[in-house]
Design a protein around this ligand. Structure first.
Ligand SMILES: [Zn+2]
Length: 256
């Protein structure tokens, strides 16, 4: 029953089998989604009893789920109290975007060299699915589910570089998803981001590695600048008021 806190792909969560773990899997997925979407507020504290009641499970599977979420650094444990949802700072967010810019740019370059034609086609099909989202058409949000449903994740996989894949699709991936979902911003950005995805896949399809890298770097860089501009306007500072702005509804979900 004990599985080590997974720090690599979320795929490893599913391959464990057994009734108790199936329940733990379900609770794990539910709590993770609630954290990523902000339904469990960042920084909030919860007892195991509260969570067990909320998710309708006994302590055993709940603890298993919490251990895994702790392994992903989405929760921290508070002795004798329960758990706390991680909270985020502006600085941390910006630092992550700088790292993503370099690493995902490299992933796009390598994907142009190594991604097989059928995977390129699969990625174009994925974008066609994204395009059907009402939120995207109305410019409100651009939500991508995790793993294979996520444009960025698929490009990292397409790079065929195991080191990059471990760095971007492991522990960092889930924290980044949380930031991506909760803190990408502003009018017109969802459609713009979607258009940028299209141009990136076109560069990959035409095997223009240099162009794919440039376009991906620009894509992530403009998302970061968008966030920086937004917070300067909203808060007049770069203080730790991300959550306040989110709570006031000035930030809409838009995955970059
Ligand atoms: Zn994107």
């Amino acid at each position: 029953m004990a599985s080590s806190p997974d720090t690599n792909s979320f795929r490893s969560d599913a391959d464990t089998g057994g009734e108790a773990l199936t329940l733990a899997d379900r609770v794990f997925t539910e709590i993770q989604n609630a954290i990523v979407k902000g339904e469990l507020a960042p920084g909030s504290k919860m007892s195991e009893a509260d969570l067990a009641a909320r998710y309708g499970v006994s302590r055993g599977p709940l603890r298993e789920a919490l251990r895994r979420l702790e392994g992903r650094k989405l929760l921290t444990r508070i002795p004798h109290v329960g758990v706390r949802v991680i909270s985020l700072s502006f600085d941390e967010l910006i630092q992550i975007y700088h790292v993503r810019e370099a690493m995902e740019g490299m992933a796009a370059r390598l994907a142009a060299l190594h991604m097989p034609a059928e995977e390129v086609q699969g990625l174009k099909d994925l974008l066609a699915q994204h395009e059907k989202q009402a939120e995207l058409q109305e410019g409100r949000a651009y939500f991508q589910d995790e793993g294979d449903f996520d444009f960025h994740y698929r490009i990292v996989q397409g790079s065929r570089n195991e080191v990059l894949s471990q760095m971007l699709c492991g522990e960092l991936y889930h924290r980044v998803r949380l930031y991506r979902y909760q803190f990408s911003v502003t009018e017109g950005r969802p459609q713009k981001a979607f258009g940028e995805h299209h141009r990136i896949i076109e560069a990959i399809e035409s095997r223009d590695a240099e162009m794919a890298e440039i376009l991906m770097r620009r894509h992530i860089s403009s998302a970061r600048q968008n966030i920086e501009r937004h917070f300067r306007e909203r808060t007049g500072s770069q203080g730790p008021s991300l959550m306040l702005a989110a709570a006031q509804g000035s930030i809409s979900p838009n995955e970059e």
